[in-house]
Ligand binder design. Sequence first.
Ligand SMILES: NC(=O)c1ccc[n+]([C@@H]2O[C@H](COP(=O)([O-])OP(=O)(O)OC[C@H]3O[C@@H](n4cnc5c(N)ncnc54)[C@H](O)[C@@H]3O)[C@@H](O)[C@H]2O)c1
Length: 269
Amino acid sequence: METANSVREAFELTGRVAVVTGAASGLGRSSAQVLAGAGASVVCADINAEGAKKSAQEIVDAGGKAVGVGIDVSRSEEHEGLVEEALRLGQRLDVWCNSAGIMAESKVLDMPEADLDALVSVNVKGTLFGAQAAGRYMSDHGGGSIINMASAGMLVPSPNIAAYAMSKGAVVQLTRIMALEVGKKNIRVNAVAPGFVPTNMTSRYYVRDDGTEDEAMKQMVLEPMAKFAPMKRVGAPSDIGYCVLYLASDASSFLTGQILSPNGGVAMH
Ligand SMILES: NC(=O)c1ccc[n+]([C@@H]2O[C@H](COP(=O)([O-])OP(=O)(O)OC[C@H]3O[C@@H](n4cnc5c(N)ncnc54)[C@H](O)[C@@H]3O)[C@@H](O)[C@H]2O)c1
């Protein structure tokens, strides 16, 4: 019988170790905080090493265990270092969340090849390399949970984001095929496909060069986004962090190859 204790334990990550890329900002930062709040020791990794260290320090200041490290996820050779950081932090590796990502916008007819190359390097190769490093370790150590950040952008065709949506479509198929291949090793591979969440990635529409926010512009961007969603709001980073927690925890132990879609209802599949 399920009890209050068994239900709490299903979401409990005490004694486990997680790596989160893109942890200096936005959804990665929130995911790292939520995983730490559930008891995990967290390696916060980001190309912005200072930001990663700041995120880790915030977790430590809140009573958790974390370390911040620099990594460029597009460089395959750097991922082994993250596995080593996880082992240094907690002698194991249970969860790997690939949240590092970038965005570029253009019409298809004008898409600069360099934008596509950058999106493939970071969003596609960066996710693949992280999943490989995690999967290789987890294959030899009893399994684990790998979580990739996709996007509602690959479910809802929107103008100007073809290159980004293509990169996230690749993340989804990587997730499904890897799940097929590593299930027998007790490794689960799932993706989260968030709807619009105000973060550094999306605030470029209303943040001025000096870093201040243009309030009028912010309303112009966020209001239609909120109206478009059946839930009538945009997302908060923690909406995504809690999905990551679910996928990281034993509560989702029968779930693999799936795309969880915290998007307020903008896309249903
Ligand atoms: N915010 C949204 O509305 C939204 C919606 C759907 C999907 N996503 C996805 O969620 C993920 C996180 O996005 P976010 O909104 O938190 O953006 P963000 O810009 O706030 O955070 C992204 C982080 O990735 C890091 N990063 C970028 N390139 C890197 C590299 N080469 N190596 C290591 N780190 C790198 C950045 O420094 C940054 O800290 C991305 O994959 C994004 O595509 C975001």
